[in-house]
Design a protein around this ligand. Sequence first.
Ligand code: FES
Ligand SMILES: [Fe+2]
Length: 340
Amino acid sequence: MAFVKNAWYVAGWSGEFEHQLHRVKILDEDLVVYRTSTGEVAALKDRCPHKLLPLSKGRLIDDRIECGYHGTTFGADGRCTRIPGQPRIPPTACVRAFPIHERHGIVWVWMGDADKVDTSTVFDLPQISDPAWDGHQGDALHIKSSYINVAENLVDPAHVTYVHPTTLGSASHANVPVEYETKGDPILAYRWIRNAPPIPFFAQFDMFEGNVDRWQYFYLHLPSTAVVDFGSADADPDSTEDRRHEGVRMFSLHFLTPVSANYTIDRWMHIRNTRVGDEEFARALDESFRAAFAEDKDILEAVQVEEEKPPTGSRIQLSIDQACIAYRARIAKLAEAEQL
Ligand code: FES
Ligand SMILES: [Fe+2]
């Protein structure tokens, strides 16, 4: 499956970048990323146009990179500022600079055509900056599987029962049908599980006395950002989609960075409307998420290994695959349009 280039991808959490050279691979392309002395993040193609030494092997001098081979020096905008022993700087002596947008502690990089950059399309969620909600960054989970496989997993409520029986799932929802909205962006798969015991994830914190209504809304923003809105409220026949905020509601956000065709980094964070400001609680949630996402990683890496073997039979499609099918088709279309 091809990559979609005209999109913003997460290069890292803000805390990952300091005033030093850092190599980052996105869409099979190596970038050298660093924070300048004024605090901005710069990203350049990690290859000197002279003998192709990666610039990340050079030195950062003030805010410029001096190549580690012959000292040619480039500014944060990719322009060459110095060639030792040669006064004339040819106009071709430059490296590609990638647009960066940093917000909410996340560094996004634009991997596509320079004339299509639009910062209004960087993913945002109003709750991230709402003081009534508490956001918390988790980990950068490295998964040896394609971003398509990882993204599919994040628009697939049906797997939760089987992959996460001790954390996010429970047997009581195995047969609850999933609904889909596949025409828009994000693609959505969701379901409600009514009048059932709380999942272990919530039960461990003693949040509910009796049965609850639970929801799982899996939003997949093209090309590779997922928002899982899940929560529970005391069982009530009147609880509806627009009353989710009255319950204990959480978002788990997954920013998928396709590193290469079969390697993805899932930077995840969570946002909640309960126990706001309680850091200890946030760390306990981290632990539960960490355990659950390790279960996904295990599945996804095993799937990737099988995918890379010679095909020996056809796959079946199930009715739970509607969002995945739509997602693959949409990605293929976006990637194809970029080739024209
Ligand atoms: S390889 Fe960079 S200056 Fe020669
Ligand atoms: Fe999962």
